[in-house]
Each structure stands twice: as C-alpha cells, then as structure tokens.
Write a protein that binds this ligand. Structure first.
Ligand SMILES: [Zn+2]
Length: 491
C-alpha cells in the first residue's frame, strides 16, 4: 500500500501522522535503522502548484516548494504563508538575507580545466544564510515546529539542541533566533573561535565538548543525545536519524537544481556530492527521486558520493552492502571485512580494495542498478536496515584528519536512504585522496571565483577522481554543490 503525507519507518513498516510531531521513530532499537521518511503528498495537485509558483518568478524557496513541505501540509497554505513571511522578515532584519533560490551556474573554467565536453553545473550556496546550505535544512524544521504550535494553539516554544563542528550550528543559530527559540549547540572544544563568536552573537548557548578516542562516536553527538533525553529538548540537528524534517528543508536545494535545469532545458547525467553526516546528499537524492516520481525529470541522475580517506564510514557501508549482494548473487567481490581484527588494518584493506578492484565494484553496482526492484536486492536492503550495525558504525580508524574537515563525521547518520539512492541510480562511492581535495579546493576557487571552502569543494575532488577512473566520462553533464563559504579568506 502506498501511503501519502505521513512519516514512515523502513524497519517498523509503520506510518505515523505528521500531526504526531515526532522527529525520530518511536520503535527505534539499537543496531536497526529506524529512520523516518516523509512520504510525498498526493501527486497531480502538487505538480501543478510547484509549476505555477515557479512560473511566477518568485525566489522565495520555502514558498516555491511549500506543496512538498510538512509545515504547509499541516496548517494549509494561507496560514503557512503568513508564518513564512514573518520569519522571512525577521531573517532579513537579523541576517541581511533570507532563504532565496541560490545561483546555479555553468562553469566553463572548470570544464576546460577538467577537459570536459559535457556541461558542469555548480550550485552555489556560499551566499546563503550564514554562508552554507545548513540553514535551509533547519528552516524546514522550524516551519514544521511552528505549524505544530499553530495546530495546538500556540503552546510554549521548546528548547532546541544541535551538535556540530561549525556550519550546521551557525545555520541553526540564525534560524532559531529568527523563530525566537532558545538553542544549545554542542561543539568540539577546539571549535573555530570565529564560529563560537558568531554563535554567541546570535544568542546560542555554546556547549564545548572534549574529544574522546575514535570508535566511540562523536562526543558532541553523545552530549546532544543526553540533553534530549534528560531535558526533553527538541533535536534541531542537521541529520535525519534524530530529525527527519531537516531533510525536507534540505531537499529544497535539490528541487532548485531540478527547476533551474528545466528553465534552461538542460539535464545532468550525474551529481557528485560530498558526504559527512549524509543529510545533504540524502536531501538532494530525495529531491531527485521525488522529482522523478512526480514527472519533473524523466530519468534519475547517477548519484555519486565521496568522503576523505581520513574518514569514510559511508563508503565502507556501501562496499559492505555490495559485498553482501555479490555474495548472494554469485558475483566476485574480493573484500572481506573482519570486525574482530585491527580496524586500522581492515580500513587500509578496504581502501586498497576500492582502488584496485573498481572493475568488481562497477560490475556489482551495475547489477544492482539493473535489478534494483528484484527480490534479491530488496531483501538485502531490508537485511541491511534490520542489521544496520553490521554496515554502519562509528569511525574506528585513526583520528580523522582532512582539509575537508567539515565532512569527518564519525557516523554517516543519513546513510541508509542515501545508500538506496546511490544503488538505484547506478552511482558510486569514492574515497578521496587528500591531495585531490587540496587540488580541487584551489581549482574551484581559481576557476570559478566562488569563495568556496575546502569541505564544500570536495565534490569536485570526487569528480576529478571519478573522471580519472572512467566512472564519469568527460561527455556527461554533471552537477556539483559548493555548499559553504570559505571563512578563512576573510580574516
Ligand atoms: Zn521504526
């Protein structure tokens, strides 16, 4: 049965109404993947409304895609629009900008540097609220929270909490302040002082948390979890495991790309997305999958993702899932991962396998794409959800380091639906050499003039490597997301 307009859990196979105001699955159990996903509102009317709003030339992103947003579904368009207008006015007053459609440009300088004949599109989020895409994720949550309050007769505003090493907390602080909410941000003790100052300036309570050894998970995340349990605070995090609603906020980024490409009668064959906690990639993948489902696009672009060699829990999970599918389908796949052995050695072996056996990886990935809806693949995906701890666990390699430090999350929290999207679309998951990350950062700034930070330019590093290995051809049209402003350049 297809359900509309509700929250659904992949493991419980149960639907929850939007009105319930829950942010994570009540049936959650350790080692299983109980991630809530918002199902689409019913089709044709949504399609007509998005097309109509877009045709007006409006740039107010949370208005344009309101037919997809749960806050609007809950209280109806007129009340939602008044709420959004109030929030927009406060954001403009406090931050000097609101959530407008961000630029997407073709970048001929990068195309020629990479020897491409296919177009290269860059979505530029560096000028968004607080300089990254993170705010839009949490704007989705704020609008949902406010719609719930409106339904319940203006009950008191709850205290919000986030864990982050920078941009997510900043985005959250701007959005929480515009909404008049108290926010606590759990950040590493070595947080960039400029970021800490910007947080304090916005009235956010900065909770510095010391780093522990690897393998135990992010201490900021653990402190955040404790605060939710002990104080009843609301997860205002940029990750879908604790807060599904930030994903629909983030998906406006993918929707903007879809509509901006349609405006130009263009399409992309693939996107390459940098992955840390995974909310960005999952959001964009969800937008592309929904755009396909609603008939805005005729084929799903290949969704490629990449992580630094300093920390790649998603790529590990992707390879382990492929290994399971290969085992059940009789394909060769020379990866064996022993959880009882030294994790450093296992991770080295995994990275070496990814480098040496791209032929095997590509063959199994192509098989999965061809037979995504087959009982075999679906049963593996169900198995993965039910035994999630065997595929995704906190980073247990050496302490993670990378120039792209914003994507060194211990866990890719939004890995499960992302894995499905990468597999369904025939995409790949790439481990980035540190040198490529440096090259991509320099190339991104010098060839586009966009003040993008190394983390946000690392999708370009993915493209460089995927093109070098022949996974992406120079003829394919590709989309990249420059998601964060380079603050180091302004000091
Ligand atoms: Zn569940």
């Amino acid at each position: 049965m297809v359900s509309y307009n509700c929250l659904t859990c992949a493991v419980c196979r149960k639907d929850y109404p939007l009105e319930a105001g829950i942010f994570s699955c009540p049936g959650n159990s350790p080692g299983e993947e109980h991630i809530l996903r918002r199902t689409l509102p019913l089709g044709s009317e949504v399609v007509a409304r998005i097309r109509k709003f877009w045709a007006t030339g409006s740039t107010l992103t949370f208005d344009l895609f309101s037919p997809l947003l749960s806050g609007c579904t809950l209280i109806g368009y007129d009340r939602y629009r008044r709420m959004l207008d109030g929030m927009t006015e406060r954001l403009l007053g406090m931050e000097g900008r609101d959530f407008d459609v961000t630029p997407m440009t073709e970048e001929p300088g990068l195309e020629s540097a990479l020897g491409r004949s296919g177009r290269l599109w860059v979505k530029n989020e560096t000028g968004n609220v607080t300089g990254s895409h993170k705010g839009r994720h949490l704007m989705g949550t704020l609008l949902y929270l406010e719609a719930l309050r409106a339904l319940k007769g203006k009950v008191a505003k709850k205290v919000l909490a986030i864990y982050s090493c920078g941009n997510a907390a900043l985005g959250a602080s701007a959005v929480a302040r515009a909404g008049g909410y108290e926010l606590h941000a759990f950040v590493p003790e070595d947080v960039d002082p400029a970021v800490a100052a910007m947080l304090a300036e916005r009235g956010t309570v900065v909770e510095k948390t010391p780093r522990s050894s690897t393998g135990e998970g992010d201490p900021c995340y653990l402190a955040f979890q404790k605060a939710l349990t002990e104080n009843g605070w609301v997860p205002f995090a940029c990750a879908g495991n604790d807060n599904w609603s930030n994903i629909e906020g983030g998906s406006t980024l993918g929707w903007e790309m879809v509509m901006q490409l349609l405006d130009r009668s263009e399409r992309v064959d693939g996107v390459v997305i940098q992955v840390g906690g995974g909310a960005l990639a999952r959001s964009v993948a969800q937008a592309l999958e929904e755009a396909l489902q609603l008939g805005f696009i005729s084929a799903l672009p290949r969704i490629h993702v990449c992580q630094p060699e300093g920390g790649f829990p998603f790529v590990r999970a992707y390879l382990l899932a492929l290994a399971e599918i290969a085992r059940r389908s009789g394909h060769s796949f020379d990866l064996s991962y022993d959880r009882s052995a030294d994790p450093l050695v296992q991770l080295q072996k995994t990275a070496a396998f990814a480098r040496a056996r791209s032929d095997q990886i590509r063959e199994v990935a192509a098989f999965v794409q061809r037979s995504f809806d087959s009982p075999l693949v679906l049963s593996v995906l169900n198995h993965v959800a039910g035994t999630a701890g065997r595929f995704m666990w906190p980073w247990d390699g050496a302490a993670p380091h990378s120039l792209a430090h914003g994507i060194l999350d211990d866990v890719t929290y939004d890995w499960y639906y992302l894995l499905g999207a990468v597999l369904r679309s025939g995409g790949s998951a790439e481990i980035l050499a540190e040198g490529t990350i440096h090259d991509a950062y320099e190339m991104a700034q010098s060839r586009t003039g966009i003040p993008v930070c190394p983390t946000a330019a690392s999708g370009l590093a993915g493209l460089i490597q995927l093109q070098a290995s022949g996974t992406i051809t120079p003829r394919e049209a590709v989309g990249l997301l420059f998601t964060g402003f380079d603050r180091t350049k302004t000091r």
